[in-house]
Design a binder for this molecule. Structure first.
Ligand code: BGC
Length: 740
């Protein structure tokens, strides 16, 4: 397709028509010019293809949701999921799947958290990149969404997320930046909300200056469904495609604006070009792709078994022994909650529950225990469950949040589980202490039972084969290796957004700034229920021999960090090694540590492997809003390597120095503390004050100045005994500058 030639042949009306959807799922065709329509579909954890004239989507495999996938900390696994979904799209002639979602989990009660990866931008960005690479390897596009700051469902189409520039860049945008740069999604979907007062759908700052300017993005931007406020402003800002469309009304507005001179036609042409580029890509997928739903169902189970997080395992009650008398209790054992509600909802191909899967392992007894329609105790179900528990050696209690508790479109009111389930856990514990709680929830919940039960296994919303994964972990066929991609606080009020969520009217202020998730709990020294990056295994791992490539690193060099991990237990297992960076002496407020690397590795008992990380300048940088750039502060940083954000096993310091020697001259107003950083400056001051390095021998004046953080000129007033003049100071400054 010669796109420029085609644009030249189009009428203004035809161009404008291409800038909105034909219907919910298609772009428009222009038969006269041979321009075909393409189809897009949700997304993200499976294909929700709605065929023309149909209400329900086609049967499809429902993969683990993003909340679960992220716990794998496994890029290649997520890429495999993307590949499988991409192949499904190819088989169904879908050009773009609407996902992944890369919004940051600011509050645990955002109704859509199950569709997002993490509270941490690095992890979220890595997971989104892997998903995109997988899908796009099949000649199918993705739509990275919802750009940006769609961090709550409450008033999502009106709310303005108000955040300072540094927080925006370091937390909320960083999660999009990495996938844009590293995985190049074919499309980006803007969010419903406003950011600092302006609708994302008409924000030139977001859609052009940052996305296409700073990040050099070359793809198309579409609106979220119905996110357009002012279409003409949107075209100017870089919103190429309005979805699903406005019955032609906005197309007319575009035409009128061009005719009246309000909008330069070149902006229309730019958007048309991007739409046509995408239409052209619609031919890239394999037309003979085959979708084997049973194969993908098996993949759903395999993937989920890599994501499940073992939160507690006292007395090694897990894995279960098939010879034990085991009771499965709870409705979710038979009808698991495995996906969230809203646009991502999949018409699942088939569901494997834990009760289905356990049939291949051993016999268990089953009692439903509770209902999910209402939060009401059913006395009969409760008493059946208690007697099943009484008769068993071990009880596996399947619990969590029913569908009505969380979905796209609204936020949760609280972080609690239904009271009827909590009552069930308490009653069961009265007759049997060997209770393993298996959880189903899209995001963190309070766990008043955490201290009372010996084991807790977190499934999140684990996709259509979640039951198989649960049984594989429960009986030890698979060793758990998932780790939490978000903090589980004890209670909602511990969460950093608590004081400012959900905002007032149509404004929510992100006053906690960069202190989102573990960045906040760390700084405030709040002990969470379960920390970020935490997850147990049936084996144990030892960390040793940290080696860094440089003691002193020039700003533009790459730091290589190597550590050795050894499986010190009795069974094969996988461990995710996490690397955090801490700025030790910062002039700006920074978190205690930030995740900058992770690697998952499999080890046989007794086996050791060396894990290698590469850190570039960005790993040490913060966003300096004053100069609109990422800046590295020169000085000491700790490299922290461990098994969770609260289980750091190895630390090594590295000094980061400027790429070139800084020539910034000193003045008589330079702070003594800055001059003392320079060895020659330190020597000059020491000579002037006649003090020695030895603190015992140093004079009182020197201590006062050192502590006082004064400018050099203050030596005149505060060191009277030495009779220092302004001229003396000027000479010192000249000498120092001459040495630079
Ligand atoms: C959601 C998007 C989704 C779209 C199409 C919107 O309501 O926010 O994530 O892709 O609908 O279903």
């Amino acid at each position: 397709m010669n796109i420029d030639k085609l644009i030249g042949e189009m009428t203004l009306e035809e161009k404008a028509s291409l800038l909105s959807g034909k219907d919910f799922w298609h772009t428009k065709e222009i038969k006269r010019l041979g321009i075909e329509k393409i189809m897009v579909s949700d997304g993200p954890h499976g294909l929700r293809k709605v065929q023309d004239g149909e209400r329900d989507s086609i049967k499809a495999n429902c993969f683990p949701t993003a909340s679960s996938l992220a716990c794998s900390f496994d890029r290649s696994l997520v890429e495999r999921v993307g590949k499988a979904i991409g192949n499904e799209c190819a088989a169904e002639d879908i050009t773009v799947i609407l996902g992944p979602g890369a919004n940051i989990k600011r509050t645990p009660i955002c109704g859509r958290n199950f569709e997002y990866f993490s509270e941490d931008p690095y992890l979220s960005g890595e997971m989104a990149s892997a998903y995109i690479k997988g899908v796009q390897s099949q000649g199918v596009g993705t739509s990275l969404k919802h750009f940006a700051c769609n961090n709550q469902e409450h008033r999502r189409m009106a709310i303005s997320a108000e955040t300072d520039e540094r927080t925006l860049r370091e937390i909320y945008l960083a999660s999009f930046e990495a996938p844009i740069k590293n995985a190049k999604p074919w499309t980006v979907m803007c969010s419903y909300n406003r950011v600092n007062g302006e609708y994302a759908s008409q924000s030139k700052k977001l859609l052009t200056d940052i996305l296409r300017g700073d990040w050099e993005y070359g793809g198309l931007v579409m609106s979220d469904w119905g996110a357009v406020d002012d279409r003409v402003k949107g075209v100017f800002a870089g919103l190429d495609l309005e979805m699903p469309g406005s019955m032609g009304k906005n197309d007319e507005l575009i035409v009128e604006s061009v005719r009246s001179g309000k909008l330069d036609e070149k902006y229309v042409d730019i958007c048309v070009k991007r739409v046509l580029n995408l239409v052209e890509k619609g031919t890239l997928h394999n037309k003979d792709a085959k979708w084997d739903k049973d194969k993908d169902h098996a993949l759903c189970a395999e993937v989920q078994s890599e994501c499940m997080v073992l939160l507690k395992n006292e007395g090694e009650i897990l894995p279960l022994d098939k010879k034990d008398k085991i009771a499965f209790i709870g409705k979710f054992a038979q009808a698991p909650r495995y996906q969230g509600g809203g646009s991502s909802h999949i018409n699942s191909y088939k569901v494997t529950s834990a009760l289905d899967a356990v049939k291949d392992v051993c016999e268990v007894t089953y009692a439903q225990g509770y209902i999910t329609e209402r939060d009401e105790t059913d006395k009969k179900l409760l008493s059946e469950a208690v007697s099943a528990a009484y008769d068993a050696d071990k009880v596996v209690l399947f619990a969590g949040l029913p569908e009505a508790f969380e979905s796209e479109g609204f936020d949760r009111q609280h972080m609690k589980m239904p009271c009827c389930q909590l009552e069930l856990i308490d009653e069961v514990l009265k007759v049997n202490k060997n209770v393993i709680v298996v959880l189903h929830n899209g995001s963190p919940i309070e766990m008043p039972f955490a201290d009372k039960v010996p084991a807790i296994l977190e499934s999140y919303l684990g996709g259509e084969a979640v039951g198989k994964a649960q049984v594989d972990i429960l009986f030890g066929a698979v060793n758990p290796s998932g780790k939490l991609a978000e903090t589980f606080p004890e209670k909602l009020s511990d969460n950093p957004s608590y004081l400012n969520y959900p905002g007032e009217g149509n404004t929510v202020k992100y006053k906690e700034g960069i202190f989102v998730g573990y960045r906040y709990y760390d700084k405030k020294e709040i002990e969470p229920l379960f920390p970020f990056g935490f997850g147990l295994s049936y084996t144990t791992f030892d960390y040793s021999d940290i080696i860094v490539s440089h003691d002193e690193l020039k700003e533009n060099q790459i730091l290589t960090v190597k550590v050795t991990v050894t499986n010190t237990g009795r069974v094969k297992g996988k461990e995710t090694v996490e690397l955090y960076v801490r700025d030790l002496h910062s002039q700006v407020i920074r978190p205690q540590k930030e995740l900058k690397g992770f690697e998952k590795t499999e080890l046989e008992p007794g086996e050791s492997k060396q894990i290698v990380f590469k850190l570039d300048k960005r790993a040490f940088a913060y966003y300096d809003a004053k100069v609109s750039a990422w800046r590295v502060e020169y000085g000491k940083f700790d490299i922290l390597v461990g098994s969770s954000s609260r289980d750091i096993r190895l630390t090594k310091s590295v000094f980061v120095a400027p790429a070139e020697d800084l020539k910034e001259p000193y003045t008589i107003n330079s702070l003594c503390s800055d001059v003392l950083q320079n060895p020659y400056g330190k020597k000059l001051i020491e000579e002037l004050l006649e003090v020695s390095d030895d603190p015992d021998k140093s004079s009182d004046e020197f201590k006062v100045i050192w502590l006082g953080e004064m400018p050099l000129r203050s030596l005149v007033s505060f060191v009277p005994k030495k009779n220092i003049t302004r001229e003396t100071i000027s000479k010192l400054v000249d000498k120092l500058n001459a040495s630079l």
